[in-house]
Write a protein that binds this ligand. Structure first.
Ligand code: INI
Length: 156
């Protein structure tokens, strides 16, 4: 019989960092609510959750890098909203940020989950922040708990 190593959904005892941008704060605050809701309902202690705020999505990788270097967090969630209608450099920003975030996660050995909405319009962003299409912050928290618990097993 083969061996299977996988994470679980119990956040108890782990420390989480959340990097969040202020740009589109109205939407991002809903993502933060969703992420904290998931973490605490999965057993995380509120005192074990640290929220780091940056101006915009462009600055998220910089914050994540320092956060990962401190080794204070078992996992980091990044939250933000990029709306095509609002920016000419939407494509550049969204591709660069996603690339940087994944490189940071791989290079730092700290799991980072991606809770950044990239949408065509504000309406579409709202539908992904706790209305019709779920909550991307909640989903990113679910992924980070699975990865953090997986890493704990892999490192044993
Ligand atoms: N930042 C975002 O997080 N979302 C956006 O939609 C956005 N738009 O539209 O431009 C945005 N721009 C700011 C950018 O992330 C930086 O904060 C800014 O360029 C300063 O470095």
């Amino acid at each position: 019989m083969y061996n299977v190593i996988e994470g679980n959904l119990s956040a108890a005892g782990f420390k989480f960092g959340i990097a969040i941008s202020r740009f589109n704060e109205f939407i991002n605050s809903k993502l933060l609510d969703g992420a904290v809701d998931y973490l605490t309902r999965s057993g995380a202690n509120e005192q074990d959750i640290t929220v780091v705020k940056v101006p915009g999505a462009f600055e998220l990788p910089m914050a994540i890098k320092i956060m990962a270097e401190t080794k204070k967090y078992d996992g980091i969630i990044c939250l933000g909203t990029l709306i095509r209608g609002e920016t000419n450099h939407f494509d550049l920003l969204s591709q660069q940020v996603a690339k940087m975030v994944s490189e940071l996660a791989v290079n730092s050995n700290t799991p980072v989950s991606y809770g950044i909405i990239t949408s065509e319009s504000i309406e579409q962003a709202i539908s992904r922040a706790g209305t019709k299409m779920g909550n991307k912050g909640f989903d990113a928290a679910m992924s980070i708990v699975e990865m953090v618990t997986l890493f704990a097993k892999l490192k044993k």
